[in-house]
Design a protein around this ligand. Structure first.
Ligand SMILES: *[C@@H]1O[C@H](CO)[C@@H](O)[C@H](O)[C@H]1NC(C)=O
Ligand SMILES: *[C@@H]1O[C@H](CO)[C@@H](O)[C@H](O)[C@H]1NC(C)=O
Ligand SMILES: *[C@@H]1O[C@H](CO)[C@@H](O)[C@H](O)[C@H]1NC(C)=O
Ligand SMILES: *[C@@H]1O[C@H](CO)[C@@H](O)[C@H](O)[C@H]1NC(C)=O
Ligand SMILES: *[C@@H]1O[C@H](CO)[C@@H](O)[C@H](O)[C@H]1NC(C)=O
Length: 389
């Protein structure tokens, strides 16, 4: 105390008593607040756990994927009114993006189905590096969590206003247009779409560093835009050929993925490789279907009679008898004119290509470059003869 003018106390004794007191206060302060903090944290954790446990999901609203939200809004909550198709591994919805009004098609994968995830990954892998006017363009991939906390995977494509070739080839009463008369494809339109598909396959097989085998070429996977240009879609079964061997074969991983009955090449039933020739077989069948209007899975095709044999046996004499009645109307209007003969000749050539592509022996099938060249030739011939839209 200053008023006593005493020597400053430097005793170690008193120092020892003073400092612990000061230290003690601080220690107690931090100790107590530390324990309080830990308790508080434990309490909040317990509270949060208790709140989220009944929904068995650890995700709350803030961790929803934005893309999922946008897609939900764009498709009216994935409403059944927006459902435009149900495929092997999921459903396709039509949607409109709010911000720019772009119309999209959203394929939502049903991840409960065995193989759906693999299909999603194949498609992403195949589409990563491709770009062609006759391939369906993927705008984005959405991968996240839906509002129920389940995994959500979707592919977003540009929307094709004129739907799939399947619907055009086999119009159902419900898909007839407003006027009541069935929409039909003209000869030129069919040739154009055949060229589109051949161009897409030629690109995939021969113009990529790692060729892609589509493995599921069929009319429902060919989509038509407003100008009726064909776009090949659905790469769910596609295989990227990594080693560029002469044969461009890709090992078919695990059983089950075999394309679609009627379109899958016969060797796919026994060999465990996919090949360009397999796609060409499917293309050949597609071509025959496009001009005869007959599906390879029609009930009349069983045992020894296939679409391939059916067309082969009808040539050349019964050409018109096997041709799609919807196309025949157009052909008949040209009969007796020079145009009629040109149409007939072209039809015969198309059938010839379809047959050459779908022969049983893999090595004897036509290659797609050659197919595309011949189809172009046929179109030029039809144009020259005066066939129009
Ligand atoms: C949302 O999707 C993007 C890809 O579109 C992905 O990178 C991101 O991790 C996802 N977010 C969540 C929370 O899943
Ligand atoms: C294709 O769709 C567009 C837009 O809906 C339509 O205007 C056009 O007529 C369709 N094409 C044919 C050949 O019907
Ligand atoms: C199918 O063809 C084979 C040989 O070509 C013949 O032996 C068999 O009897 C045929 N089957 C039918 C149902 O026609
Ligand atoms: C396709 O066939 C044509 C004619 O047979 C041949 O000239 C061409 O080299 C073949 N192309 C490929 C990629 O095999
Ligand atoms: C067929 O394709 C050609 C070339 O792309 C195009 O000029 C023509 O208008 C198309 N015809 C029809 C009927 O779509």
């Amino acid at each position: 105390m200053p008023e006593f003018h005493l020597r400053k106390c430097s005793s170690k004794n008193s120092g020892r008593r003073l400092i612990p007191k000061w230290k003690l206060t601080i220690s107690i302060f931090f100790g107590v607040s530390g324990i309080a903090l830990v308790l508080a944290l434990m309490y909040f954790r317990w509270l949060k756990k208790k709140r989220t446990e009944p929904t068995s999901s650890s995700k709350d609203d803030s961790s929803l994927n934005l893309s999922y939200k946008i897609l939900l809004k764009a498709t009216n909550g994935f409403s059944s009114n927006n459902l435009i198709g149900v495929g092997g591994f999921g459903s396709v919805y039509k949607g409109v993006l709010d911000e720019n009004g772009i119309v999209i098609a959203v394929k939502v994968l049903n991840l409960m189905l065995h193989g759906a995830m693999k299909c999603f990954l194949s498609e992403c892998e195949a589409l990563k590096s491709v770009r062609h006017r006759n391939l369906l363009k993927v705008l984005t991939v959405c991968s996240g969590i839906d509002y129920r906390g389940n995994e959500f995977k979707a592919l977003v494509y540009e929307f094709m206003v004129n739907g799939s070739l399947e619907v055009w080839l086999h119009p159902r009463p419900s898909s007839a247009n407003l006027g009541g008369n069935v929409q039909k494809l003209s000869l030129i339109q069919r040739v154009n779409i055949s060229i589109d598909v051949a161009s897409a396959l030629d690109y995939l097989h021969n113009h990529l560093q790692s060729p892609i085998i589509h493995c599921d070429v069929k009319p429902s996977n060919v989509l038509l835009d407003a100008e009726m240009v064909g776009h090949v879609g659905d790469f769910g079964l596609a295989k990227v050929v990594i080693e560029s061997t002469d044969d461009a074969k890709a090992k078919m991983s695990s059983a089950g993925v075999r394309g679609t009955v009627g379109y899958a090449a016969p060797e796919y039933g026994t060999e465990s490789v996919v090949s360009r020739e397999g796609d060409i077989y499917s293309y050949g069948i597609l071509l025959l279907e496009m001009f005869t209007g007959m599906s390879p899975t029609n009930e009349m095709f069983k045992e020894n009679l296939s679409l391939h044999n059916f067309v082969k046996e009808a040539l050349p004499g019964h050409l018109l008898e096997i041709t799609d009645p919807l196309l025949l109307q157009e052909m008949e209007s040209h009969m007796g004119t020079g145009r009629g003969d040109a149409g007939r000749e072209c039809l015969e050539m198309v059938y010839g290509i379809g047959i050459a592509c779908s022969v049983e022996a893999r090595r004897e099938r036509m290659n797609i470059t050659e197919v595309a060249a011949q189809m172009h030739f046929i179109r030029d011939k039809l144009h020259a003869a005066g066939f129009q839209g």
